[in-house]
Write a protein that binds this ligand. Structure first.
Ligand code: PEP
Ligand code: MG
Length: 880
């Protein structure tokens, strides 16, 4: 029989798969000798079985009982014992942190008898005991019994009658307990369960079930957390932060998670229980003030935080409670941080000797680097600042103010940029936060829900802007000086400074981009950190990084960003604008002479294009792809032209008639599967030859030019052979050398790669088309048509156009790489589909043995970093 329950003394931090992050770290802290209230963890394995079978797995009840008995023995009291009760908390804890997404129930074990025992335990503190009891009914009712939480909140608001929660007395809470019990009876048709063991069992099941709550599913999808992990459940003896002013609860970070600067940062709330801080119920005090309130607790906390940082060798966040002057640790984990903080902290830890540079590279991600490349607000802008809140998650966001998540989703779907404005957010606001450019709240600190979730998502957030009066009902807020901002008014929020502006603030580029552009000023600590990490990533990576660029400007920028060549220069953009006419002439040519004339006119223009690009990339390889899309894409629209011809009647120009006939002739039902790529080259005589000649002439004219000629859409080696022979003939004629290779973007090409490699000197995986053709998904239509449904159903966790589908498309890539190299051991392999700039796909390319990835210029730094990380990390997903 599997072991489903682990005492805190039995686990350790490396058992996150089984015990969840919270359980594993509680065990680790227990083993470190830190003051953790005793308890035990029910494994994720038990949860998975529960979710599969719809009931607690066999033997779990007995195992829980044994561990509870042991806990009771240690604590010297029984769960819910009438005269001296042991109370426990039941908390979720998955492998990956999902802040506020799943359930927690505190104070289990209270009922009409044991509440009196709790009064005695607390030295006669009636207020505390009744407050704890009402919290149990409230949390239990909402999370375990599924009662609308508003009902409890409203009853509490009514009782408060404008008073602060600290002004409520024992009798108030006692009355509230009766009201709450009434709500439970009314909503469920049953009395609140008085048996402590029933309470615990029901709470455990509710935590298991919360794994599949809609908001948890949404969060996992957003954060790309696998859906089948399940959550562990932690049963922990209660300690109380709400039994007087010598008690309290807090959240802290061992460094500032916003900036990465050294020094502790946190919030503390006197006489309150855990959830109050995160929910932003009352405004908290800075952790530093605890030193004044209770120096010995503060000193002990500082010591523990230093221990944790040295032990985990990283920024940790913690939750703690002070119960009548005694400090208890309730949670720790490696803390979330902003992108800038991640880079700074990684380098600081290297300087402190806690980690080496290899590890520093793994501590940051391409997604974080991409965030740092976002623009910032222009500091000199004249836009009026209306208030300043807390700088909870950096970035610059501009959009229309909206006051509900529904509205945020609605407007965002219509293509509008919005800022979600709330008094405070709760987990139900997740969809609105995802839809919005940024989040602004008037309550709660840097550890409030809004702040934690926004940071995790890399979304700009300003929180705790207390001067704002937010009215969700009237869909507006007022700011000092009588400024009223209504739904639809544009505001700008600065997540790095906390500033809120009325109107649109212009943005300026990021210093990190300027650094990549070659600015030498290294005064900025962030820039220095990025530089050290990038330098090490470059020294570590095996994959080369090239750019997709089809003009000299992009090529030059890509080179500054660190591109080691061009992996895809698309030539079709060069056929637009004034040159459309020449393409039209080519299509309309009715004799060899006419066609040759059109091609002869195009050739010098093409040559000039290539000269510029070769110059920008001198010394580095440039892969030029011959024209790919169907020619009718360059002709006028069929409907427009036929209307024009029809209206003109007999007076229609001869040329229009001829173009119309050509458009009709070239019309295709499925152009993506039609006359394009190499097929076009074989059907239109002289087209590819003209391009090859232009490339060869340009390469001859530019010193250091290294041309590679790439044929698109090849499915059979014979296609390639025809084109290659002609290309080689022209290259010899002109007297230059160039590799000739092919894209692998048709499944047949992947499956016959061994044959194709006989003719190809390199392969470049065109994973846009390869994904389209492997799945049978139209690149242009499906994302809008049904991907949201597929994501919801879990057919895939992320669009296969965004992140390479390892099982299907990835398998084709591996087959082609292996069989191609079996034929030609020095075959050069690259990728130039959009996936070449996607972190997860880059790791795949590394694993599959490719030589380079090619991506858009702006993603080059991300690709360099991820290529380095791919060498250093070996996660489950890499070895799949
Ligand atoms: C591809 O198909 O992946 C590719 C790079 O070519 P294009 O996107 O131009 O079809
Ligand atoms: Mg393609």
């Amino acid at each position: 029989m599997p072991k489903y329950v682990y005492d805190f003394t039995e686990g350790n931090k490396d058992l996150k798969d089984l015990l969840g992050g919270k359980g594993a770290n509680l065990a680790e802290m227990t083993n470190l000798g830190l003051p953790v209230p005793p308890g035990f963890t029910i494994t994720t394995d038990a949860c998975r079985r529960f979710l599969e079978d719809g009931g607690l797995p066999e033997g779990l009840d007995e195992e829980i009982s044994q561990h509870l008995t042991a806990l009771e023995g240690r604590m010297g009291r029984r769960l819910g014992q009438a005269d001296d009760p042991l109370l426990v908390s039941v908390r979720s804890g998955a492998k990956f942190s999902m802040p506020g997404m799943m359930e927690t129930v505190l104070n289990i074990g209270l009922n009409d008898q044991s509440v009196h025992g709790l009064v005695k335990q607390a030295g006669g503190n009636e207020r505390f005991a009744w407050d704890s009891y009402r919290r149990l009914i409230q949390m239990f009712g909402k999370t375990v019994q599924g009662i609308d939480g508003e009902l409890f909140d409203e009853a509490l608001e009514e009782l408060k009658h404008g008073r602060d929660d600290l002004e409520l007395e024992a009798a108030d809470f006692q009355r509230l307990v009766e009201t709450y019990k009434g709500i439970v009876r009314e909503q469920t048709g049953q009395d609140f369960p008085a048996d402590p063991h029933d309470q615990m069992r029901m709470a455990v099941m509710a935590v298991f079930e919360s794994w599949n709550a809609p908001r948890a599913i949404l969060y996992r999808r957003q954060e790309r957390i696998p859906t089948d992990l399940g959550t562990a459940v932690n049963v922990c003896s209660m300690v109380f932060g709400n039994c007087g002013m010598d008690s309290g609860t807090g959240v802290a970070f061992t460094r500032d998670p916003g900036s990465g600067h050294q020094g502790v940062y946190g919030d503390y709330l006197q006489n309150a229980q855990g959830e109050d801080v995160v929910a932003g119920i009352r405004n908290t005090m800075p952790l530093q003030d605890l030193e004044r309130l209770d120096k010995s607790v503060y000193d002990e906390l500082m010591k523990i935080m230093a221990t944790l940082e040295n032990h985990y060798r990283d920024l940790c966040d913690i939750e703690f409670t002070v119960e009548r002057g005694k400090l208890w640790m309730l949670q720790t984990r490696v803390g979330k941080r902003t992108a800038g903080a991640a880079f700074r902290i990684a380098v600081q830890l290297v300087d402190q000797g806690l980690i080496d540079l290899d590890e520093a590279v793994t501590r940051v991600s391409g997604a974080q680097l991409a965030q740092l490349m976002f623009p910032r607000f222009d500091g000199d802008a004249k836009t009026p600042k209306i208030t300043t809140g807390m700088n909870a998650s950096p970035g610059a966001a501009v959009g229309k103010a909206v006051f509900s998540s529904e509205r945020a989703v609605e407007l965002a779907a219509a293509g509008e940029d919005v800022i979600l404005v709330r008094r405070e957010t709760n987990p139900d606001d997740l969809s609105g936060m995802i839809a919005a450019q940024g989040v602004l709240t008037s309550r709660g600190g840097k550890t409030s829900h809004a702040a934690v979730v926004a940071r995790g998502m890399g979304k700009t957030c300003v929180c705790g802007a207390e001067e704002l009066e937010v009215s969700t009902k009237e869909r507006r807020f007022t700011a000092p000086g009588g400024v009223v901002v209504s739904e639809g008014d544009v505001i700008s929020i600065d997540g790095s400074s906390g500033a809120v502006y009325l109107g649109e603030v212009p943005v300026v580029p990021s210093p990190v981009v300027e650094y990549f552009e070659g600015a030498t000023d290294q005064d900025d600590e962030l820039v220095r950190a990025v530089d050290r990490i990038m330098t090490h990533a470059d020294a570590t990576r095996r994959l080369k990084v090239r750019a997709n660029a089809d003009n000299a400007e992009d090529a030059a920028r890509a080179r500054r960003f660190g591109a080691e060549g061009i992996g895809l220069c698309r030539t079709e953009h060069m056929f637009l604008g004034d040159r459309r006419q020449l393409v039209e002439d080519l299509v309309l040519a009715s004799s060899k002479e006419e066609r040759d004339q059109a091609l002869a006119a195009l050739e010098p223009l093409q040559k000039a294009d290539f000269v510029e690009i070769f110059q920008a990339m001198a010394g580095l390889p440039v892969t030029i792809r011959l024209i790919d899309p169907p020619l009718h894409e360059f002709l006028p629209d069929y409907t427009e032209l036929s209307v024009k011809v029809a209206l003109a009647g007999d007076r229609a120009e001869e040329k229009d008639r001829r173009v119309l006939a050509a458009v009709k002739r070239l019309h295709e039902q499925n152009p993506m599967l039609g006359l394009r790529g190499v097929r076009l080259g074989l059907v239109i005589p002289g087209l590819f030859a003209m391009q090859v000649r232009a490339i060869a002439e340009a390469a001859k004219a530019v010193e250091g030019a290294r041309a590679e000629i790439m044929i698109p859409l090849v499915g059979a080696v014979q296609e390639l052979e025809y084109v290659k022979d002609e290309a080689q003939r022209i290259l010899t004629e002109v007297g230059v050398e160039a590799l000739v290779g092919t894209m692998i973007e048709v499944p047949r090409a992947a499956l016959t790669a061994g044959q194709i490699a006989e003719a190809a000197e390199f392969f470049s995986f065109g994973t846009n088309d390869l994904t389209q053709m492997t799945w049978g998904f139209s690149r242009d239509d499906v994302e809008a048509a049904f991907f949201s449904k597929y994501l919801e159903l879990g057919v895939f966790g992320v669009s296969p156009f965004e992140s390479l589908d390892r099982d299907g498309v990835g398998r084709l890539v591996r087959i082609a790489a292996e069989e191609g190299r079996a034929t030609r051991p020095d075959l050069k392999l690259g990728i130039c589909g959009e996936h070449g700039g996607d972190p997860d796909s880059i790791h795949f390319c590394h694993q599959a043995g490719l030589d380079y990835v090619s991506c858009s210029p702006f993603r080059i730094p991300v690709a360099r970093l991820e290529a380095g990380r791919a060498v250093l990390t070996s996660t489950d997903s890499d070895t799949r």
